[in-house]
Design a protein around this ligand. Sequence first.
Ligand code: ZN
Length: 232
Amino acid sequence: MRLSWRRSSRAEDRFESWITQQHQRRVLAGETTPSGPCPDERFLRDLARKSKRIALSDPRIDHAATCPNCMKRLLVLRQERQSSRRKLAWALAGAACIVLVAGLIGLWRYESRQQMLAQAPPVAETVDLWDAATYRGQQPGQLQSVELPAARVHLTIILPRFSFAGQYLVGVTRDQDGNGVVAEGAAPTSGNGAQQKVSVDLDLRSAKPGAYFLSTTHEQDEAAYYYPLQIK
Ligand SMILES: [Zn+2]
């Protein structure tokens, strides 16, 4: 039902546009007699874009519908309007493409940068706490501060004099009670003679620059030592 109605409606549309064309042909051929003077250009422009400013009862509509000059002008204005609309549509489509491409390039750059950062080897850093043993009894604030970058760090710590060999837990924490652990890693000591070293990988990429503590804890001893740390 609906389909046949649509079809007949389309046929009606065709019929109406045929009548319009026949009418236009007659007007342009001068077979009609217009009443009244020609309206101004502004009125014809409004009529061409079917402005709501124009009342259907306006006698100038009857004139324009029967005057060959006004009809010609109207057809030109309609065509201009259609082509400027088409240009606008193309311009909008072009702008949308540019935005899309710029977005894709931005995303691609962001992702390749993220990939580069993820694949970048850890920064090798060495922290020498050899002489820190002397200050064990004092406040950590009086020790020389250690600096590390906010990156993936392969940290080698030269442990304080007289440190035991064995497994160590190394951490970066917010305070010296071991709270707010930013990163930690465990490794056995290596070294020759009295000097013990421990190397761990710490991921400090999420750490905001500021003051932290570096802690070392011997697995059996379980006493943690905290050293002031600056993350840059
Ligand atoms: Zn006219």
